[in-house]
Design a protein around this ligand. Structure first.
Ligand SMILES: Nc1nc2c(c(=O)[nH]1)N[C@H]1C(S)=C(S)[C@@H](COP(=O)(O)O)O[C@H]1N2
Ligand SMILES: [Mo]
Length: 243
């Protein structure tokens, strides 16, 4: 009875939100209804370009590596072998694929990504497991890469696929945000393997798990792809986790 009642409330909340465009996935339970409220409220209250706080080099802290620390160790038949080969060649033959709603789908080498104007930022990473750490990241703004590929006006989300078989996405506000970068350096050095080499995403206005490591492929999409079986919502984590 109580469960049915709660489900009813969830349904009510959901339908009252459904006029907003392209809400994150909810799977129809009460907890997921909160995702929609958080997303709608943050997007309504915060101006688009609000910057996450940036720190100084004196604030840089020790930074644990979590989740996957080497996709070459994993059992995904295709990607782990591909990653082992890339790693053996110090990522010299790595290419980031960019496709979907772009006029010029293709790929970029690390040298090409490094030839774009870089952005360096010292930010606080907040993990959903309860720890935080401050690190310095250098990389190419995601917007640069998307524009270089000829991002189409119809694109509304950007999906990311990694070598450890994660899929996730962010909306265009986060994708084009100046602090959303594809980082190849951490604390002034080459990005360490355990922190996502050769290229990781930094999404500074959301919780740590949105900052995907080992990025392999980027897809601009017109509709939300929450990653399906490889995505966070499927594992009980919210799609949108603004901080
Ligand atoms: N591809 C991939 N990206 C990932 C993860 C992962 O396991 N695989 N873990 C996430 C989580 S939960 C956090 S807190 C951060 C951890 O980054 P770090 O290992 O550099 O501390 O990466 C995020 N991105
Ligand atoms: Mo995390």
């Amino acid at each position: 009875m109580i469960v049915a009642g709660l489900t009813g409330v969830g349904g009510l909340l959901l339908s009252s939100c459904s006029s907003a465009e392209q809400l994150p996935p909810t799977y129809g339970n009460l907890l997921r209804a909160g995702d929609n409220l958080t997303y709608s409220a943050q997007r309504a209250l915060l101006p688009d370009g609000t910057l996450a706080r940036e720190y100084t080099t004196a604030d840089i802290s020790s930074f644990p590596a979590t989740g996957t620390v080497d996709p070459g160790d994993l059992k995904h038949p295709k990607t782990s072998e591909e990653f082992r080969q890339l790693r053996a060649g110090n990522f010299g033959s790595y290419r980031l694929t960019v496709e979907g709603a772009v006029a010029r789908p293709g790929s970029f080498s690390l040298a090409e990504l490094k030839s774009f104007p870089a952005r360096t930022q010292i930010t606080k990473h907040v993990c959903e497991e309860g720890w935080s750490a401050i690190g310095q990241w250098t990389g190419v703004p995601l917007s640069r890469v998307l524009y270089a590929a000829g991002l189409l006006p119809s694109a509304r989300f950007v999906s990311f696929h990694s070598y450890d078989d994660w899929s996730d996405s962010i909306d265009m506000l986060d994708a084009l945000h100046p602090q959303t970068i594809l980082a190849y350096s951490m604390n002034g050095r080459e990005l360490p393997l355990q922190h996502g080499a050769p290229l990781r995403l930094r999404v500074e206005r959301q919780l740590g798990y949105k900052s995907m490591k080992y990025v392999r492929r980027i897809v601009a999409t017109e509709f939300l792809d929450d990653g399906g079986d490889r995505g966070n919502p499927k594992n009980g984590w919210a799609w949108y986790v603004g901080i």
